[in-house]
Structures are given as C-alpha cells and as structure tokens.
Design a protein around this ligand. Sequence first.
Ligand code: TR5
Length: 145
Amino acid sequence: CRVASKRPSQFYRWMSTEADKARAAAEPQPHEPTIFDKIINKEIPANVIYENDKVLAFRDISPQSPTHVLVIPKVRAGLTRLIRAEEKHKEILGELLYTASVVARNENLEDGYRVVINDGKNGCQSVYHLHLHIIGGRPLGWPPV
Ligand code: TR5
C-alpha cells in the first residue's frame, strides 16, 4: 500500500507491516461508522479540497506522493467495498470518478496520475468506506506491488 522510495529491504519490511494492518481491518456492518464518517460530519478535521452534496475530497493524512487525495461518497449506502456495488450505486460511482477528474485538473496533474481503489484484504483496504485514491505529482512505477 505504499510506493517504494526506500531501499528494497526496508520497503518490503514496511510493506508487510501495512499489509498486516490491512488484513487486520474488518469490514464493518452496513451502518457501523468508520473514521471517514467523522471527517464527513466534521467531528475530526481534514484538509478538504473539494466538496459537493454527494462527495468529499480531502488530502490523505499519509501521502504517498506529492499529491495524494481521497474522494469519498458522503453517504456510504452499503459501499464498504467496490465489490459491494449494486445497480443503485451507479450514479455515485460516476460522481466519484468525475470528481477524480476535477481534482486532477485542480491539482495540475496534466502530466499524469493514478486513480486507485484498494478493495478488501488482498487489495490492502484499511478503511471500509469506498474511496478513490488520486496519486500524482511524480512519475509512478508499474506494476504495483
Ligand atoms: O488503505 P485504504 O485504501 O483503505 O486507504 C485508507 C487511506 O485513508 C490511507 O491512505 C490512510 O492514510 C488514509 N487516512 C486514514 C486516516 C485519515 C486518512 N486520510 C486523511 N485523514 C485521516 N484521518 C483524520 N484519520 C485516519 N485514520
């Protein structure tokens, strides 16, 4: 879940820690809140850079690149994970992706960036409220590890 900018041995040691954390994260029940609900409700501060009635975009607290923004739906509506998406979620899924493009333009990411959804334990998801990562501001490697 972190981009390698360290020596490989340090990187893989760090990676396993993050992967362990993600594996330990449990998917909440449909109405059980996550940390993102507290951000939406302004109970804890976040660096919000874009907002409308449906979505919120804020800077990741642990940025993996010069630009690292999270885009989330204000109402989770069962979208703990992308794999839980249903027909009724099509509109908000489009809204999230469109917001990613707005954020990318506002953040001057014309040279390129990446939109990531970590889904579930093997996807390294740690917060079970669907979110898009917008990562940019430097050249990115491929494949992701
Ligand atoms: O691993 P996944 O894909 O679930 O991504 C969750 C992301 O939420 C990680 O990149 C975290 O760094 C990020 N995160 C976690 C918290 C947090 C945050 N971003 C902004 N503000 C945050 N607060 C206030 N608290 C967090 N626990």
